[in-house]
Design a protein around this ligand. Structure first.
Ligand code: ACO
Length: 335
């Protein structure tokens, strides 16, 4: 059995900063409400004509990750691309990255697990490395939320939370036992699939039906979120899956050097931090600046934490995510 380690990290966010005050000009909301409930101060939105898309931002983040891993695109054996906001209904973003980065005809796999998409994608890549099939896998999380949100007052409960951006890591084969990805833990509970969902356009709700029905509420082509229900489940599942990872490795909460939770909502992260009695320096949050970037939130935060020198060799890094599906997961990583 081989071992896998993160050999490079990178992220990219669009330049266009959208503050809470900017949003309050187009819908009935305000800075105090948004900050109090979510901790978000601003987020990035792709601006029409700035040349960005989900796959293009994925490429920009990947180029940085590859450079830091000191690898050329030719060295990559597989792409795993996580997003809920692909450029096209099909094919997915993975093949677009393969083409744009001029890679060999390597496999490109798309992961659709929303907020836990990056942890799922990392886990998939980890299995391919550990079995010896591949040496270097590019794992990407990228989202263009602003292209698909309802920016009228009707959509304010959801649209103020989400932002655009991308993060990427290169996962590489390593011969160091006890280093790199120690374990990953994945779960789902589909009975809650309707509590946080975007229904269409899909084969169940195709375009003519949407146009014909033209509903005024719960529009199927905008995301729906039962916020309080999601909150209650998130705090339970985050805690469970972090404990599951620690237990599997005979580790304690005190062993955590850095926890990077999916940036769902600052209140959720703070709840977990308090529950585990972790000091501020042990939990990384950047949702204040980027909002919730779904599959991109963990790799963006990881890339920033790494650049700020918050990860030292030997540190125990814990990644944890929860989201639509519901799906959730964690990764235990010895840096
Ligand atoms: N600005 C101002 N008022 C708003 C806004 C807004 N952007 N959005 C909703 N409101 C209003 C509502 O209309 C409602 O008004 P009413 O009382 O007159 O009916 C009032 O604020 C309270 O609305 P709630 O939905 O009950 O607000 P809540 O306190 O639950 O906060 C929130 C909403 C922030 C979404 C909260 O439920 C939450 O934190 N949920 C966790 C889910 C989450 O963070 N998801 C992130 C994405 S999913 C993921 O990544 C896992």
């Amino acid at each position: 059995m081989y071992h896998s380690k993160i050999s490079g990290v990178g992220h990219y966010v669009p330049e266009n900063v959208v503050t809470n005050d900017d949003l309050s000009k187009v819908m009935d909301t305000n800075d105090a409400w948004i900050q109090e409930r979510t901790g978000i101060q601003e987020r990035r939105h792709i601006k029409k004509g700035d040349g960005n898309s989900t796959s293009i931002m994925g490429v920009k983040a990947s180029e940085i990750a590859l450079e830091r891993a000191r690898l050329k695109p030719d060295a990559i054996d597989m792409i795993v691309f996580a997003t809920l906001s692909p450029d096209m209904y099909f094919p997915g973003g993975g093949v677009q990255v393969q083409e744009m980065m001029g890679m060999r005809t390597i496999p490109a796999l798309d992961v659709r697990n929303q907020c836990s998409g990056f942890v799922y994608a990392l886990s998939v890549a980890d299995q391919f490395i550990k079995t010896g099939m591949y040496k270097h896998i590019l794992v990407i999380g990228s989202e263009n939320h602003s292209g698909g949100l309802d920016f009228t007052t009707r959509g304010r409960g959801v649209s103020v939370i989400f932002g655009d951006g991308a993060g990427a890591v290169v996962l590489s084969r390593s011969d160091k036992e006890g280093k790199g990805i120690l374990s990953t833990h994945l779960h789902s509970e589909g009975k809650h699939k309707d509590e946080l969902a975007l229904q269409g356009p899909s084969t169940e709700h195709w375009v003519p039906e949407i146009i014909e029905e033209n509903p005024q509420e719960n529009i199927p082509y905008y995301p729906y979120m039962n916020g309080q229900f999601v909150f209650k489940h998130a705090v339970v599942r985050f805690s469970e899956v972090i404990m599951e990872g620690l237990t599997a490795n005979n580790l304690q909460v005190d062993d955590i050097d850095l926890l990077i939770p999916h940036q769902a909502n600052l209140r959720i992260s703070q709840f977990i931090q308090q529950k585990f009695k972790l000091t501020d320096d042990k939990v990384y949050n950047n949702i204040q600046r980027y909002g919730n970037t779904t599959a991109a939130s963990i790799p963006i935060a990881l890339s920033e934490a790494w650049a700020e020198g918050k990860l030292q060799e030997g540190d125990l890094l814990v990644l944890a995510a929860f989201g639509s599906g519901f799906t959730w997961g964690s990764a235990m990583i010895r840096w």
